[in-house]
Design a protein around this ligand. Structure first.
Ligand SMILES: Nc1ncnc2c1ncn2[C@@H]1O[C@H](COP(=O)(O)OP(=O)(O)O)[C@@H](O)[C@H]1O
Ligand SMILES: [Mg+2]
Length: 296
């Protein structure tokens, strides 16, 4: 077992670049220990996807990623038959009539099976369990979710022509959702659930320092504080942790060791990617934003 305690998880993730709070570290520990999929929900940019990537770096398990989108289906996520190669094989077989009896069996053999991430996660044949990331499941439709539930309920996949693949060592499963719609209860029931919040100020400062060591402490703190205030302004797209890091890096690249109004103004595009959001923040006033950030 990789983690004997919640503290092990916190440390393991931290050593690989992810600073988790108690709630998240506990959820990850339980997911690893109970072999249950972990459903992480939260706003964009709070650090959901990064949990799976970090778990893969830490455990050494291969990262298998399914990026969900509207219309994603079995062929993209689980498996499909390599139609063009099957056709070539069929043509070749036609030239050898003696083999005709076997052709159909051969066509639907592993040779022509294209394995997509979900099947690879189940039939992985590795000693270290892979990390299966089903990213942004809220973008997929109901059918796909039903499918996912079926696979995750007993960690097996059935390919009608071949039989059932079963994971002896189940993959570590992380499912994320930005909650553009609700995930179905049945899938939620199968998973451990954790709502990921934006990090608090101290954690966000620590994340910036970890990810962008060139940013001095004072600048990291002022940037994190200013971003925290922006998140209260009911923006169309509140800045995530990645934007905090980007902004701090931009300011450091300009040689700043603290946040000032004029530089904040010209670098606002590093942290706010919508014109309306920039307008709103300017309307609230950059001077008071910067001033308040200096007091944190
Ligand atoms: N707790 C954290 N520790 C370290 N880095 C983090 C943390 N949370 C977020 N990040 C950083 O923020 C970036 C965006 O996070 P991401 O996982 O893509 O967000 P989400 O999937 O929730 O939209 C990551 O690439 C990572 O650099
Ligand atoms: Mg994500």
């Amino acid at each position: 077992m990789i983690a004997a305690s919640v503290d092990d998880v916190r440390l393991g993730l931290a050593e690989h670049g992810y600073l988790a709070d108690d709630g998240l570290a506990t959820a990850v520990f339980l997911a690893l220990t109970l072999h249950r999929p972990l459903l992480l929900e939260g706003e964009a940019g709070v650090g959901k996807t990064e949990v799976a990537k970090t778990l893969s770096r830490w455990t050494g398990g291969e990262l298998l990623r399914v990026q969900c989108y509207e219309g994603i289906d079995v062929a993209q996520a689980v498996y499909e038959w390599d139609y063009s190669r099957q056709l070539l094989h069929l043509r070749a077989a036609e030239l050898r009539p003696a083999d005709a009896d076997h052709v159909e069996d051969e066509l639907f053999s592993e040779r022509f099976l294209v394995r997509r991430p979900l099947l690879r996660a189940i039939d992985h044949r590795q000693t270290v369990a892979p990390v299966l990331l089903v990213d942004e499941v809220d973008r997929a439709d109901d059918e796909f979710e039903a499918f996912l539930l079926e696979i995750l309920s007993d960690y097996s996949v059935t390919v009608p022509e071949l039989g059932t693949f079963h994971a002896d060592v189940p993959p570590v499963v992380v499912i994320t959702s930005n909650r553009t719609r609700d995930v179905h209860d049945a899938l939620k029931r199968r998973c451990l659930y954790h709502w990921v919040e934006h990090p608090d100020l101290e954690r966000e400062v620590a994340i910036v320092r970890l990810r962008a060591p060139e940013v001095v402490e004072a600048l990291a703190r002022q940037v994190a504080a200013a971003v925290e205030s922006m998140r209260e302004m009911e923006l169309y797209k509140p800045p995530g942790v990645a934007e905090t890091i980007d902004w701090a890096q931009a300011l450091a690249a300009l040689g700043r060791d603290g946040l000032d109004e004029q530089t904040a103004d010209v670098t606002l595009g590093s942290v706010l990617k919508y014109r309306e959001d920039q307008a709103r923040v300017r309307f609230h006033g950059l001077a008071p934003l910067v001033e308040a950030a200096h007091g944190r």
